[in-house]
Design a protein around this ligand. Structure first.
Ligand SMILES: NC(=O)c1ccc[n+]([C@@H]2O[C@H](COP(=O)([O-])OP(=O)(O)OC[C@H]3O[C@@H](n4cnc5c(N)ncnc54)[C@H](O)[C@@H]3O)[C@@H](O)[C@H]2O)c1
Ligand SMILES: [Zn+2]
Ligand SMILES: [Zn+2]
Length: 358
């Protein structure tokens, strides 16, 4: 089968990818669609260190094709969105509804693929840039079959990360002001989470002026083109005392610092962007005394079975924008063109159409 493999500094569309057998508690999923998130780029450019060879992709949806021994609650043919967590379901973190705190969710480096006779890892416990993958059954979240795979795939990272950061981590309330730095797939979902929470004003910042229309479509009330104007001055004009929430969705220490500096008293900076491993950021201590908070946020502090179900309901009710997130679809083989378009700032999300419905 096919798979996008990163190995020895090169990306290639491999056709000699195989999967090992499906083990107890696992399912095999035929991938139908996979979104391209910046975190996949970050593996290629070394921002996120990951063992190789690795099958990339972590934002995917597909059809269950095989159940491992002991799997209950799923059937062959189910349409599923894949979560990257694969939490154990039995520890105290899982029990108190914080699966992103489950210690089994990071550093597991599962390797269900075989490429050219070598064991190959799956990025973020998923590896969805492939015709099929194997995940823990808990990672396969069954969804309503009315949701097209292309939009369903985005629920697996961009949507849960962005909307989840607003709903689960920051818990923004109506009338609170917010700043969103970086209007990519993550930032757009923060924007729509803020709009659903009736935040006001909602200020979007990007260096790419073509992101303005998208930002406004997803709920921004103001747009700042950081390539042309001073972001701090522009934000202070709208919110003279600063903002209640600032979401950094790029992964740059200078933008994290700026986001902290733009907080109002009692304000909260939520860091979503992932800079190069080991990067340090700074802040002036006394600027935080007035009850300001800096928070990290992984995977929208999400609870995949709860949140993805909620997002599907909001989408089917016409409240959550998913169709609008898909700028273009590409065949799996066109991964490089997708990455180029992402790099040039042409995409909300680019989605690889992997499988065919037949
Ligand atoms: N915390 C998490 O769990 C999590 C999950 C997924 C992705 N991420 C991270 O979120 C970040 C964004 O991912 P994405 O998929 O939205 O990326 P993207 O490439 O789609 O979007 C990035 C956006 O930032 C803008 N940008 C770049 N430099 C800027 C600057 N100086 N000022 C303002 N805007 C600027 C770009 O124009 C682009 O619109 C990445 O670092 C990614 O690794 C984090
Ligand atoms: Zn992602
Ligand atoms: Zn656990």
């Amino acid at each position: 089968m096919r798979g996008i493999v990163y190995d020895e500094g090169a990306l290639r569309v491999a056709t000699d990818v195989e999967l090992r057998e499906v083990r107890a508690g696992e399912v095999k999923v035929r991938i139908m669609a996979a979104g391209v998130c910046h975190s996949d780029v970050s593996v290629i450019d070394g921002t996120i260190p990951f063992p190789t060879p690795v099958v990339l992709g972590h934002e995917g949806a597909g059809v269950v094709t095989e159940l491992g021994p002991g799997v209950t609650g799923l059937e062959v043919g189910d349409h599923v969105v894949l979560s990257t967590l694969g939490n154990c379901g039995a520890c105290s973190a899982c029990d108190r509804g914080k699966p992103t705190h489950c210690r089994t969710t990071l550093g597991r480096f599962s390797a269900p693929f075989v490429v050219g006779g070598r064991k190959a890892f799956q990025f973020a416990n998923t590896g969805v840039f492939a015709d099929e993958t194997i995940v823990r059954a808990r990672q396969a979240v069954k969804i309503d079959q009315r949701v097209p795979f292309e939009v369903a795939s985005l629920l697996g990272c961009g949507v849960i990360t962005g909307v989840g950061a607003v709903f689960n981590r920051a818990r923004v309330s109506h009338g609170e002001s917010a700043l969103v730095v970086g209007v990519g797939g993550i930032g757009l979902n923060v924007l729509q989470g803020l709009a659903l929470s009736d935040a006001l004003p909602i200020i979007a910042v990007d260096t790419n002026p073509r992101k303005e229309a998208l930002a406004r479509q997803f709920g921004a009330t103001h747009f700042v083109n950081a390539a042309e104007v001073d972001t701090a001055e522009a934000v202070k004009e709208i919110c003279p005392n600063g903002v209640d929430y600032a979401f950094e969705c790029v992964g740059h220490p200078a933008l994290i610092r700026q986001s902290i500096d733009l907080l109002d008293w009692g304000g909260t900076c939520v860091i979503l962007g992932v800079p190069r491993f080991g990067t340090e950021a700074s802040f002036v201590v006394n600027t935080l005394y007035n009850d300001k908070t800096i928070m990290g946020c992984r995977y929208g502090a999400g609870r995949p079975h709860h949140d993805i179900g909620l997002f599907v309901e909001l989408y089917l009710a016409g409240r959550l924008k998913l169709d609008e997130l898909v700028t273009r679809t590409y065949p799996l083989e066109d991964i490089q063109a997708t990455l180029d378009d992402l790099h040039h700032g042409d995409l909300a999300r680019g989605v690889l159409s992997v499988g065919s419905a037949g």
